[in-house]
Design a protein around this ligand. Sequence first.
Ligand code: SF4
Ligand code: SF4
Length: 506
Amino acid sequence: MDLRAQLSMSFHMDKCIGCHTCSVSCKNVWTSRRGAEYMWWNNVETKPGAGYPLTWEDQERYRGGWEVSGGNLRLKLLKGPGKIRTLANIFFQPNLPTIDDYYEPFTYDYQNLFNAPAGDDQPVARPKSLITGDFMEKIIMGPNWDDDMGGSPLYAANDPNLKGLSESQKEMLTKFHKLFFFYLPRICNHCLNPACVASCPSGAIYKRGEDGIVLIDQDTCRAWRFCVSACPYKKPYYNWANGKSEKCIFCYPRTETGQPNACAHACTGRIRFVGVLFYDADRIEEVAKTPDERLVDAMRDIILDPNDPRVIEEARKQGIDENWLVAAQNSPAYNLFKKWRIALPNHPEFRTVPMNFYLPPLSPVLHNAKADNGGLFDAESVEFFYSMDKMRVPVRYLANLLSAGNEQLVIESLKKQMAVRLWVRQQRVGDVGDSAAKAALSSVGLTPEDAFEIYKLTSLGTFQERFVIPETHRETQSTVDPRTMYEKRGTVGFGSKKQELVSRQW
Ligand code: SF4
Ligand code: SF4
């Protein structure tokens, strides 16, 4: 076992109100500078939608992530074997998003509102490019272009997650009264098998062994932009002003001092949870090669139980601080993803083994059930969860987004969330019936204690419960061995915690 620690963020999609406070706070802290105008390390997309950059989920087009070929993992980006393929692609990458897939960053000529000479018409603030400084005739794209389906059906119809949906389900997109949409907040997933790290010809990207944060060494980056192409989530960005690539740094200067990330701290919906996971780095490659239908279960398997005495012993042997051990034992990330099995990764089929997780949205199920049944639920029905088939957001769509197409995993999460609601409703309103509420819980493998814990964390969670982030003791930590950064590029699970280096780091 090669035990390492990972900071992980989970998102409660039902609670996201699409206010973009997270994006704005991230931008104010990290990317409000020249060359970074179009970068949104944190962005929030409306789903269904084409996202940012445009159709980022379409790996036929962008060739991001990994594929299993001949029993081996291979970056989709690189077609042939060996160094020649890297050289062949190094000066020309047809798979990079263009500025039109993002947008030409702009401001408005606000001064004209004050300084325009008197005239017959109201003065206007025309858009002005932040790249060229020229006036723009028309704004045709933005970081949030299909917000609340504003660009639909033009944009939503391009959503790759609609694959496999029936014609009538797709028709929902254009029928307002049946319309569904929800929000997908996204940051870098700080993956266990990061394609960005593996693709970098300069060996400039590394994953920190002590907390799993993936960083780009700005001194070593030579702007090849392979990371931009190889990341299937399109989370590295190229800074056109300084010629370096940049990405979300998980706010490590904040997390190292025990503070939550700027996006999570600012989140008005309180939808975000940050905690520690322990994982077995020896098994990353095995997990990344697992067939789609078992991929999420394999990801859950690699996460270690922080209360298991063998895991505790191994963590101590690896030099992991006691405060990290305690944090792992109280981790919302562990509970949501592994213990309760209600959070799921975004597009695990990209095989980067992403380390952020999402609770699939449930609200539309209840609204639909209410309309169909004249109530929130049918307590008389033997089948508590009958509405799952009738839900507004098709399970197929959520499975394409969150479980590599495995619908059972989505249904399991939704049923658990629904059972918790029934149980809490019985406690608060008392119109479900004690035995019916308990039966709903036991049918999904939850106890009343579990239900209370889930309710407490996801509905009432205090700051301290939502963010369990241990301080980092720099003096005891080590990260990737700089001597092997170049040799290790392209390997799986790059970035390690090397005991022998502890004394010579920092
Ligand atoms: S591959 Fe994973 S770690 Fe790398 S930039 Fe993309 S999301 Fe982040
Ligand atoms: S701040 Fe929170 S609620 Fe608002 S868009 Fe971001 S994740 Fe959603």
